[in-house]
Ligand binder design. Structure first.
Ligand code: ADP
Length: 424
């Protein structure tokens, strides 16, 4: 039940082995910084076959339990019931949910923006299962399971990771292969769009408040503060990693492509490599599709080069004593800087560079190493601020031509905002 101006929003964000859920109550338009959720839950079914660990936080307490489950979608009912039953209860029943927002990874050409879920929209999501097999199938199952649990009267909304990049110019979307491939759907879609959208808007707000692209260089008494930055590169560096070139709030280029395998070196993914390597592997090394998929997605990147781990913290810990860990770090920096250069060229210059996600937010040595190489673009870090930044701050030196920000990504909040926009 909705009280005027108030909206209860449940966000479901599923991965291949986890489901994160948050419940928030908005009393009017969403503020720029997310209010704490009233309830949040995480289910993890990747550790032990047939079992899921569930953690729920609400009413100032945390609860944990383990469940036997037959399929990933089966975690949804016991997780969601904790919203209206037991010590974590925050609402009277499912009818108190105003809208359910789902993160959907692949929206293909069909979904250029957030969509209210209908049978046609579900068919559309199903059409792209082959493009993102690890994601869209599970997300569709989550949508159908949520319908069962909350009932058909509660509207559901799909927020696509690809939609933010729908504004890429056509020449950036089409790969230089036979055009018929594009007609069959092979194109640059880009991913992490929900994060790039949140982080680019948040960075523009921070810089606007600080006085625009010139940051602290703006003097009080000047007629107008400079306009907020037009040309921004957002660096989402988590286990998966991608850049977006954002001009005036719109994505005009991005490093991930038809799949999340393109672009930067990642934790266990290769990023871009010469396609000739794949032909060689198939022709002379007997590789098939499944083996290539596994090697390039799970056994490459930091893990493949270092032989130690795909986790940046372990690479940092080992790099003083282990040559391959040092090499993995150096390749990561080199590839990042190279792709930032490409994005800056697409933008025709650079006003702000924004770091986010696990590595972007927490790995000061990586930011330092990358920014040192980007001095030629006018990037200059304040080393003190970089070493221990507060979240959502500018860490560039006062004289830096390009502002450098660290922004904590809030994908679930961005999905909630999209739900609010959709329902209004
Ligand atoms: P996901 O893409 O799965 O959401 P995250 O955004 O949490 O992942 O990012 C995970 C990455 O962030 C891992 O490589 C991890 O090592 C890295 N990371 C987290 N904290 C730190 C830290 N303090 N220093 C360096 N790397 C970190």
């Amino acid at each position: 039940m909705e009280v005027a101006g108030r909206m209860n929003i449940l966000v479901l964000n599923g991965g291949s082995s986890t489901l994160k859920a948050t419940f928030r109550r908005l009393n009017g338009a969403p503020p720029p910084v997310p209010p704490a959720p009233l309830w949040n839950a995480q289910a993890d079914w990747g550790r032990q076959p047939g079992k899921a660990q569930i953690r729920v936080g609400a009413n100032g307490q945390r609860f944990e339990r383990e469940l036997d489950i037959e399929a990933p979608a089966a975690v949804l009912q016991p997780v969601l019931e904790t919203l209206w039953r037991g010590p974590s209860k925050v609402i009277g029943g499912p009818e108190d949910i105003g809208v359910v927002g789902h993160r959907v990874v692949h929206g293909g050409h069909a979904f250029q923006q957030t969509a209210r879920i209908t049978p046609e929209v579900k068919d559309g999501i199903r059409r792209y299962v082959d493009f993102a097999p690890e994601h869209n199938r599970l997300e569709l199952e989550a949508i159908e399971a949520a319908e069962q649990v909350v009932g058909p009267a509660v509207p559901q909304v799909a927020v696509f990771d690809t939609a933010f990049h729908a504004t890429l110019p056509f020449y950036a979307k089409v790969y230089p292969v036979p055009y018929a491939w594009y007609e069959r759907g092979v194109a640059r879609y880009g991913f992490h769009g929900i994060s790039h959208q949140y982080v680019s808007r948040r960075a523009a707000e921070i810089l606007g408040r600080n006085g625009g692209a010139a940051g602290s260089a703006w003097q009080h008494g000047q007629a107008e503060p400079p306009a907020p930055p037009q040309r921004m590169i957002t660096c989402h560096l988590g286990n998966g990693a991608s850049l977006a070139a954002v001009c005036g709030g719109k994505s005009i280029d991005t490093t991930m492509g038809f799949t999340p395998l393109e672009g930067l070196m990642m934790g266990t993914r290769s990023g871009s490599i010469d396609p000739g390597i794949l032909i060689y592997a198939v022709r002379h090394r007997g590789y098939g599709a499944d083996q290539l998929d596994r090697v390039l997605n799970k056994e490459s990147g930091l893990k493949g080069v270092s032989g130690i781990s795909g986790d940046m913290r372990e690479i940092l810990a080992a790099r003083d004593t282990n040559e391959r860990a040092r090499l993995a770090f150096d390749i990561y920096v080199y590839r990042l800087v190279r792709e930032i250069g490409g994005m800056a060229a697409s933008l025709g210059g650079l006003d702000a560079l924004v770091f986010t996600a696990g590595i972007g937010e927490n790995c000061a040595p990586l930011r330092q190493a990358a920014c040192e190489r980007l001095g030629f673009l006018g990037v200059q870090l304040d080393s003190g601020k970089n070493a221990a930044p507060e979240m959502d701050t500018d860490i560039a030196s006062a004289g830096s031509r390009v502002r450098v920000l660290v922004v904590h990504t809030e994908e679930d909040w961005e999905i909630a905002r999209e739900c609010w926009r959709m329902m209004r």
